[in-house]
Design a protein around this ligand. Structure first.
Ligand code: 16C
Length: 261
């Protein structure tokens, strides 16, 4: 039996995330509730506002057109199913600063500005420049949470566990605007649920019987004008690249390790 609860988890891994209080607690909790009410819903349930824009294996990406003050801010919702990893492992690798550069290809500079509690940090990051646009940076709070009472799932099965990472733009005294750099604002959530399938192939390795359902939602305001003909295909490509790279990264990283629920 290679099941273990806490072995193999980095020391930075919070054991009881989301339980302390800090100056963003209320805002965080409101956003988490909204994600659990809305973001977690499969596309199609609320009047079909989401349009399927890409499909790759078990990954489906949906978007809808949204322009704010002339700026394209199309939100994205992606759903995915990956084998042999748990919700905790996926969320942990998405949240943990130490491994960010191992999978996040768009980041140039990355700094943790403040640690609000064991599961919540404020991050400044700048992104690789897309010529001839102005460079972009962003400043956001990032929190990892275990969700104890998730809403019933649309697939009719009960998840073994539910984890979430919630990222959203905040202000911070140590990250004043950088001259020449356009600040993007973000609202991102990664919601993951572990399912354990019954062993029908005689394999007794627990990892072979684990599946993780993923919902990833992102609303990014790039903070300045960029032509739609460039931005829409660019976003689609970059989100797909991220989902592919990140999920493969987590699978590779965990495959020889004990399972961490
Ligand atoms: O969620 C993701 N990553 C997290 C950790 O980094 C975090 C990230 C948020 C992304 C913030 C993006 C801000 C502007 C991006 C500038 C684009 C640079 C790309 C360079 C590529 C060589 O939650 C995964 C994020 C996946 C990112 C997809 C990219 C979406 C593009 C958004 C619009 C960019 C406008 C650029 C204008 C020229």
């Amino acid at each position: 039996n290679n099941l273990s609860d806490d072995e193999n988890v980095s020391e930075e891994m919070p054991t009881t995330p989301g339980l302390t209080s800090h100056r963003f607690s209320q805002e965080l909790s409101k956003r988490v509730q909204d994600h659990l009410l809305e973001s977690i819903q499969p596309p199609g349930v609320d009047g079909d506002k989401w349009q399927l824009c890409a499909e790759e294996g078990k990954m489906k990406m949906y978007t809808r057109e949204l322009i704010r003050d002339g700026i394209i801010c199309d939100p994205l919702k992606a759903i995915h199913k990956i084998e042999k990893v748990t919700a905790r492992e996926v969320c942990h690798n998405f949240w943990l600063s130490d491994v960010r550069k191992e999978w996040e290809g768009s980041v140039e500079e990355f700094r943790v500005l403040e640690k609000l509690d064991d599961s919540t940090v404020i991050i400044y990051q700048s992104h690789k420049r897309i010529w001839p646009s102005a460079p972009r940076d962003c400043l956001y709070l990032s929190s990892i949470l275990k969700i104890d009472n998730p809403p019933p799932t649309a697939n009719g099965h009960e998840a073994h566990d539910t984890w979430m990472v919630c990222n959203f733009s905040v202000d911070h005294a140590e990250a004043n605007p950088v001259p020449g750099c356009v600040r993007a604002t973000i609202e991102v959530a990664l919601i993951c649920q572990t399912y354990i399938t019954s062993p029908d192939d005689r394999s007794d390795a627990i990892r072979d019987h684990i599946t993780c359902d993923i919902v990833y939602v992102a609303s990014i305001n790039p903070g300045g004008l960029a032509p739609a003909s460039f931005l829409r295909p660019f976003q689609k490509r970059e989100y797909a690249k991220f989902l592919r790279t990140f999920t493969t990264y987590v699978q590779d990283k965990t495959k020889d390790k004990d399972v961490s629920f």
